[in-house]
Design a binder for this molecule. Sequence first.
Ligand code: TUI
Length: 324
Amino acid sequence: MIKTPLCDLLGIEHPILQGGMAWVSTPRLVAAVSEAGALGILGAGNAPPNLVLEYIRQVKQLTSKPYGVNFPMFSPYVQDIVDICARERVPVVTTGAGNPSAYIPVMKAAGIIVMPVVASAALAKRLARAGADGLIAEGGESGGHIGDVSTMALVPQVVDAVQIPVVAAGGLADGRGLAAALALGAVGIQMGTRFICTTECEVHFNYKDMIVKAGDRATITTGHSLGHPVRALRNPMTRKFEEMEKTGLSEAQLIEFGTGKLRLAVEGNVTEGSFMAGQSCGLINDILPAAELIQRILSQAEEMLVRLPQYVRGSEQASQSRNS
Ligand code: TUI
């Protein structure tokens, strides 16, 4: 049993969040994760508000346990989605790819627990002051839109910068990652890529299969010239995007080329899709039900945490050597 302050804050049994992934974390996966005692999170992405509302209602029909909604700050519908989350009494909101300070008061007034994703200690401090209930410190190993600090360096710096609970994300896919995150001062972990390879995730089999077959260096980041790097599995699409960035195409042309490519991935188009995934893909070797995955991660983390004290030399031995 691993219990942390995150379990109390969110009313969940296990300190594990399933990262919100646009077009990927749909109601079936979200409800399965929440039913298993962790926190399932809907990925709103750029989806229109009516679809997000429909998804929220579907989740509510499938589970009575806490769940979350995630939206990136570049969505053209941020205000509408905030209003929907408030009206629907969504238990938890996570945000990504920007600063949600302006929206925190209205969400908190509606009783929502707000946990923004941050990629720097500076933004962490600002959001703690703005009233965030907790933060998700996400390292650049993650999939999708990313920051440039690695998880190992970012998490303890965010933990030191704020006095609210911090969840670690980026590069985590198993129980060793959970144990390591707790050692860095985090109260839990968020995983995205690992949850794609579950039976309840509704993406095309090709997406899951590519992750299962991927090694540690299977991902690449593109979009640096746009100021918003994105990590995805290397494939003809990312190679073409890389070439286009090198040849100095305009921002508008690059954006036009990139638009809609995540949905193609979700539909299984292996050449034209953008298969967003994190570097943890090399750790993922199977597709299994979310509940089994969560149990496996918990037992592996427990085993690790029980085994680690053997590295601490006994106090008797230390005092013996001091006295000799
Ligand atoms: O949000 C993400 N990753 C995402 S959102 C997304 S949605 C989408 N994308 C393409 C097509 C269709 C839909 C895909 N991937 N991750 C959370 C995250 N946030 N990682 C890093 C950050 C971040 C970066 C900078 C958070 C805040 C930030 O602030 C900059 C500032 O304003 O100070």
